[in-house]
Design a protein around this ligand. Structure first.
Ligand code: UDP
Ligand code: MG
Length: 137
């Protein structure tokens, strides 16, 4: 069974979209096996998004990600990395398929509601960034 990391970003939490996002996961049989709310420091956001260090959007992205509480989840299911990315839609909401989370709710390329791991290796690293083995059901 595959695992992936999902984050409901500060815009998703402040706009009251936590239930909406979770409903979409559960609606297609993706299981939540760990979940918590936290407020990242700037340094913690920079550590999480380390692969993007040096990119023009890095400073703004990490300010945004540390601007308010987020909900972090480990999702479990067959092919869940790809299926979660499919539910999320493209990074740029303007290019996201209709009916995806980002197409339905994002209005900004940065403030795009959700994060999802993009490959098995990044999923493992990202899950370990937030959760110990004991916290995953
Ligand atoms: N991002 C941005 N401008 C860009 C590209 C990305 O602000 O031109 C932000 C956006 O919030 C995105 C995050 O940086 O979700 C990480 O970028 P990535 O390319 O990994 O997109 P994702 O995997 O989230 O679809
Ligand atoms: Mg990414």
């Amino acid at each position: 069974m595959e695992h992936t990391l999902s984050i409901i970003k500060p815009d998703g939490v402040s706009r009251g979209l936590v239930g909406e996002v979770i409903k979409r996961f559960e609606g297609i049989g993706i299981r939540i096996v760990a979940m918590k709310m936290l407020h990242l420091s700037k340094e913690e956001a920079e550590g999480f998004y380390g692969v993007h260090r040096g990119k023009p959007f890095f400073d703004s992205l990490t300010n945004f990600m540390s601007s308010g509480p987020i909900v972090v989840m480990v999702l479990e299911g067959e092919d869940v990395i790809r299926r979660n990315r499919e539910l999320m839609g493209a990074t740029n909401y303007k290019e996201a398929e209709p009916g995806t989370i980002r197409a339905d709710f994002a209005r900004d390329i940065e403030k795009n509601i959700v994060h999802g791991s993009d490959a098995p290796e990044t999923a493992a690293t990202e899950i370990a960034y937030f959760f110990s083995k004991l916290e995953i059901m």
